[in-house]
Design a protein around this ligand. Structure first.
Ligand code: ADP
Ligand code: MG
Length: 252
């Protein structure tokens, strides 16, 4: 079992108020899964991802990552696990803007004692179809290309799991399909993927859907696993006649 959570709570304190962002989450994720976490804004999706990704600890409850209890680890140990075991993909790519793609992808390896950093970064970029753009800076790349570079950066450490929070949230529907195609191909190669989306079409591409509401999992089951090439064009999108209506979301 890759991920095992039991009764995970997360309570944020803001002055005198307490926000119960996670209210008892049980979740198990196996190697090779492709899971979509869905739910309305504020339901706790990002909080859950932050805990899965060891960016944050549960206030209460148990979390095992590859059998290792994470809750008791100090910040250094947490950072090491993050660097070695987790690949992150964000809605806004989070690349260094003035740094070429290759160096962006090499970045996670700088903190690790590994050889052949450049070669590994090149291979990760080849894997996401960006072999011919390695010297480009993010500003010289389209949104979809930047997200591919970000996926390469997530893969370069060969993590146990790739976590993507709204990875298509800033992309039009055609580019979203291409990124989902990439995730699908990676998953077919054995990469475990957990992605957050509020878009049902995107969620349908996963093998499993976990639905959240008010900090709890309200349903968890198989997803249609639609092939991205068979995704509809996006009903809202084509009906309104342009990509302007495929709203970028605000990172909620
Ligand atoms: P989602 O990603 O599903 O939109 P979040 O996990 O971001 O939901 O947020 C869940 C709840 O926790 C929300 O009520 C949000 O306002 C609150 N929250 C999230 N992060 C913090 C934080 N760092 N400090 C205080 N409250 C937070
Ligand atoms: Mg969120």
């Amino acid at each position: 079992m890759l991920i095992e959570m039991d009764g995970v709570h997360k309570i944020y304190r803001m002055g005198k108020t307490r926000v119960h962002a996670l209210a008892g989450v049980d979740l198990r994720i196996d190697e090779g899964e492709m899971v979509a976490i869905m739910g309305p804004s504020g339901s706790g999706k990002s909080t859950l991802m932050n805990i899965v990704g060891c960016l944050d600890r549960p206030t209460r409850g148990m979390y095992l990552l590859e059998g290792e209890p994470v809750a008791g680890l100090d910040n250094n140990a947490l950072a090491r696990i993050r660097g070695e075991r987790i690949g992150f993909v964000f809605q806004t790519y989070n690349l260094l803007p003035r740094t070429p793609a290759l160096q962006n992808v090499m970045l996670p390896l700088l903190y690790q004692h590994v050889k052949d950093r450049r070669r590994r970064a090149e291979r990760a970029l080849e894997r996401v179809g960006m072999a011919d753009r390695m010297d480009h800076r993010p500003s010289e790349l389209s949104g979809g290309q930047q997200q591919r570079v970000a996926v390469a950066r997530a893969l370069v450490t060969e993590p146990a799991i790739v976590l993507a929070d709204e990875p298509t949230g800033n992309l039009d529907s055609k580019t979203s399909r291409e990124i989902m195609q990439l995730f699908r191909d990676l998953n077919d190669e054995g990469v475990t993927i957990v992605l957050v989306t509020h878009d049902q079409e995107i969620g349908n591409c996963a093998k499993r859907t976990v639905r959240m509401r008010d900090g709890q999992v309200i349903s968890d089951g198989p997803a249609p696993h639609v092939h991205p090439r068979d995704m509809s064009e996006g009903v809202e999108w084509s009906a309104e006649g342009g990509p302007g209506t495929a709203e970028p979301t605000n990172g909620s």
